[in-house]
Design a protein around this ligand. Sequence first.
Ligand code: 3PG
Length: 216
Amino acid sequence: MTSTADTTLSPILERCPVIPVIAIDELSDAVPLAQALVDGGLTVLEITLRTRVALDAMKAVIDQVPQAVVGVGTVLTSDQFDAAERAGARFAVSPGATERLLDATAGRGVSLLPGAATASEVMVLRERGFRLLKFFPAEPSGGARFLGSLAPVIPDVRFCPTGGITPGNAGDYLKLPNVVCVGGSWMVPRDRIAARDWAGIRDLAATAAALERPPR
Ligand code: 3PG
């Protein structure tokens, strides 16, 4: 069974090899930051709900950077999901999954990418129809070696690993048959955002966008 969420999410996650996981402290940084990432070739952006201005930042990017496909990250509750949907998020990412969140978000227009870090968590979400999951936190949970071990036994679930991904290890994940893309914050370091170093962020994004993802 392929869920509606997967048919909506697949083309989004397949668009770029890397999804920037973004925390925005200053609202005025949102649009130039998103534009720098898009200019570098990363057009799918995850704006996390870890800062006070996150929802307003998302709205500003959706309004002013039309090339970006904007999702919301760090969704822990259905109230947060609802607020992100109202703000115009195209997808929602959660570090894990709870029954309550899954029930509240089932069949909604915004697709949820829930997190899993064990074979059992993957199986539970698979039973609920999910075929695309976040693997989080990727490096502390066993990294590419662990995720690759799931491919032969649960071959119909694909992942976006995040958590500890770097330019040095991203390639190890991207070559796995069960990885659709990776997520990470290395191209949006807080010090560069604070310095408004948009050219530097654009260059980091361009290097990330050039990472090889073997054709499937
Ligand atoms: C996430 O929310 O996916 C992670 O915090 C991103 O992890 P990173 O900062 O280690 O890239």
